[in-house]
Structures are given as C-alpha cells and as structure tokens.
Design a protein around this ligand. Structure first.
Ligand code: URA
Length: 210
C-alpha cells in the first residue's frame, strides 16, 4: 500500500485474477471470477465502515448487536465494464444505492466521452464506491470522479481489478482524496492504452462481444 493505493494481495484474489488473465478463460468463467473478486475487494474497501449498535433479542437474551451506521452507501458503476464489479458488490451490500456513469473511451484520443449520468440524489452523506475494472490511462476514472464530486460526493473510493502506474498517478494527482483499491498493479500501458500484462478488454471479455 502506498498513500491512497491498496493492492489486495490475498491469495484467493491473486489466484482468481490469474485465472481471469488467461486468454483461454471462457466468458462465463471470466464473469464468475470477476464477481467473486469484486466481493473480496468489497470486503477490503468497506473494512473501515462505521458501526453502531442495535438492541435485538437472540433466542437466549437481548444484546446490543453491531450494525452499519450512517446512510446506505452508494455504488457507482462506470459503464459498461463497471457492471461486472457492481453485480458482485450488490450481492454483498444489497441495500446500497446505485448510480451509473456512461463514459466510453475514444480509441484515437483515449479521452473519455460522456453519454449517461444518473446517480442517487443525496451523495453528500454517503460513502460512494466507484467501480471500473481497469484503471488504465485514468482519464475516464478521473472524469467520472469529477462528475461525482460535482454531484456532491465527498467521500469516494475507487475499486478496480487492475491498475496501471500511469492511471494511478493520474488519479492521485487529480483526486488525492480518493482511495484506490485494486487486485494488482501491473507494469505499464501499451501504445493503445491497454494495461500490460493485463487481461485484454475487460468489457469484451465479460460480455463476450469479441
Ligand atoms: N480497458 C480495458 O478493458 N483493458 C485495458 O487493458 C485498458 C482499458
């Protein structure tokens, strides 16, 4: 972990990630592994959530039981690949509010182009977890977080599967307050903006579009 970057080195995460990277992994397996890893990353990213207590009755006696405090958190998927992480996290935190940011990457300029934005009304008091599997150039992640901040979000974390050093640097410069949680920090970006060694196009691999 350096500053606001956490690499989740848990052996289960690393093993599952290696299975995903393998180009022979079929779409259903890729999607299943992404779901599983998203839940392990969610475990890490939510480890500091505040707790309060609630009086309940067990079959044996009353107790003050720990429960999550504060407003329900918001998950924001950066479309379309973010949905692969979103599904798993929602299974773990079913009460979360959900938003979507639609950005695609112009393959020539590598710059993000916005086509959709819908988030819960009240982001101010919530922990907002933005999800996108690939932190590559950082352009779309930075743009998405700009939009979330403009909508009031103050406490934002960013969950990804793979990060490139270039993307981490870009995020840390633009949004030093945003904690990044990833399963791996890879070597570099290639000339087309792909993470190396990476796993290819995450959206195509999870949705079977190529
Ligand atoms: N987006 C992807 O899906 N893969 C990369 O390697 C970079 C960006």
């Amino acid at each position: 972990m350096t500053d606001n970057l956490t690499v989740v080195t848990h052996p289960l995460v690393q093993h599952k990630l290696s299975l995903m990277r393998d180009k022979s992994a079929p779409t259903p397996l890729f999607r299943q592994l992404l779901r599983e890893i998203s839940q392990l990353l969610a475990y890490e990213i939510t480890r500091e959530l505040a707790l309060t207590t609630k009086r309940i009755n067990t079959p044996l006696e009353p107790m003050d039981a720990p429960v999550l405090d504060g407003k329900k958190l918001a998950l924001v998927s950066i479309l379309r690949a973010g949905n692969g992480l979103l599904d798993g996290v929602l299974e773990l935190i079913p009460g979360a509010r959900v938003g979507f940011v639609g950005l695609y990457r112009d393959e020539e300029t590598l710059k993000p182009v916005q086509y959709y934005f819908k988030v819960p009304d009240t982001l101010e008091d919530r922990l907002v977890i933005a999800v996108d599997p690939m932190l590559a150039t950082g352009n779309s992640s930075v743009a998405a977080i700009d939009l979330l901040k403009r909508s009031g979000a103050k406490n934002i974390r960013f969950m990804c599967l793979l990060a490139a050093p270039e993307g981490v640097k870009r995020m840390q410069e633009a949004h030093p307050d945003v904690q990044i949680v990833t399963a791996a920090l890879d070597s570099h970006l290639n000339a087309k903006g792909y993470i190396v060694p990476g796993l290819g196009d995450a959206g195509d691999r999870m949705f079977g579009t190529k």
